[in-house]
Design a protein around this ligand. Structure first.
Ligand code: NAD
Ligand code: MG
Length: 380
């Protein structure tokens, strides 16, 4: 039995990870952690019988303790709880399916305790990649990508020399607003932005996909995972989301991974790597599909993507500013406190105002996040 723990078990990636566990029947879930959906957490505890379950707030933890008093699962809370799940004895892989840079500390602690990381939580790598990648090397643990594009790149790298990478071709669906102008985006509502054409995901990443900030985060994520310069990463819009990304080698060969859009494939691949398992679901039918389309991304309208290249190229604390500004701006947009186009305006403003710290420590990353939040909050 493979033994895993999951941060963010009640979310889109978390529940699909549990689907993969259920369908395969040979993985044991030792720990789970979630924010506040304790009804679902209770169901998960009853089905998977983890040793510990972490909840973010003290109040919800208390409530959960009462609800599952008849089980053997221990309920823990807060950041300490997340870290307990991340470092728990016996777990081989930690699936990081929590959303946001709150995942940094638990991820670092998991690596220090020798866990392999199945990484969905891209915000952690974007802000702390310079700490995480060397730490993973030091502790000889793998960072296995769960993000579909990065999984596709990882799959396309199998059996090849990484030194022979010429370019990474990172595909993007273009989101629900592909082809629109800035003017047409002025009145976008929360409901409009939450309708993704190909993928069903958590709210934050769905908004990020619509602004193309998700692709920006993925450019920086790829830089860390595959040790390439951001300028070696080219974003290619592939509206059908069939090609999940590609690698161009020095001899001109391009290798890609294709499939129907289903996150269970990258999740399962990360959990069983290097083994491939049967996965039920739709297959690509090329007779029906007939053609695939490609476009250049519109980085003038969706300049959140352009800003990611600026932040990724400059490095240091700038990617933290890019990410933190986006996290707060998106949550304000979801609460209808700001307009859609302000998300990218806020990121740009924070990036321009920031004085870069080279090679920031964990403390400096968290201070940069707090300073970015202060700047945004003082506008209102
Ligand atoms: P989601 O919003 O559906 O789920 C987030 C999970 O994190 C929930 O279980 C939530 O309870 C938990 N969580 C949030 N705050 C927490 C806290 N303070 N303490 C403990 N738990 C907390 O998000 P998602 O779409 O599953 O995305 C998760 C991560 O995976 C993100 O980083 C996202 O960018 C990445 N990702 C998601 C997809 C996808 O298809 N959904 C694809 C690629 C990458
Ligand atoms: Mg992705």
């Amino acid at each position: 039995m493979k033994k895993i723990a999951i941060l963010g078990s009640t979310g889109s990636i978390g529940t699909q990870t549990l689907d993969v566990v259920r369908e395969n029947g040979d993985i044991e879930v030792l720990g789970i952690a979630a924010g506040s959906n304790i009804s679902l957490l209770e169901e998960q505890i009853r089905e998977f019988r983890p040793r510990i379950a972490a909840v973010w707030t003290e109040e919800k933890a208390k409530e959960l303790r009462v609800r599952i008093a008849d089980t053997d699962t221990e309920v823990v809370e807060g950041m300490d709880g997340l870290i307990q799940v991340s470092t728990m004895q016996g777990a081989e892989i930690l699936v990081t399916a929590i959303v946001g840079m709150i995942g940094i500390r638990p991820t670092i602690e998991a690596i220090k305790s020798g866990k392999h990381i199945a990484l969905a939580n891209k915000e952690t790598l974007v802000t702390a990649g310079h700490l995480i990648m060397p730490l993973a090397k030091e502790h000889q643990v793998s960072i296995l990508p769960v993000d579909s594009e990065h999984s596709a790149i990882f799959q396309s790298l199998q059996g090849n020399d990484r030194k022979a990478i010429h370019k990474i071709l990172l595909t993007a669906s273009g989101g629900p607003f592909r082809g629109r102008t800035q003017e047409q985006l002025m009145e976008v509502t929360v409901e409009d932005a939450l309708k993704h054409p190909n993928w069903s995901m958590g709210q934050k990443i769905t908004i990020d996909s619509s602004t193309m900030v998700n692709k920006g985060l993925e450019v920086i994520e790829a830089k860390w995972l595959f040790d390439v310069d951001v300028d070696q990463i080219q974003v290619v819009v592939q509206p059908q989301s069939i090609i999940h990304s590609m690698v161009e080698y020095v001899d001109g060969a391009v290798l890609a991974e294709l499939g129907t859009p289903d996150m269970k494939l990258p999740i399962q691949y990360a959990l069983y790597y290097p083994e491939r398992r049967y996965l039920p679901g739709d297959r690509v039918d090329f007779w029906k599909l007939r053609h695939l389309d490609f476009e250049e991304p519109d980085m003038d309208t969706f300049y959140g993507l352009k800003l990611a290249y600026i932040a990724g190229r400059r490095g240091g604390s700038l990617p933290t500013v890019y990410n933190a500004a986006n996290e707060l701006a998106v949550s304000q947009f979801l609460k209808r406190q700001i307009k859609y186009l302000e998300i990218t305006e806020i990121i740009e403003d924070c990036i321009r105002a920031h004085k870069v710290i080279e090679h920031p420590t964990l403390e400096q990353i968290l201070e940069t996040e707090a300073a970015t939040y202060d700047r945004i909050n003082s506008r209102r």
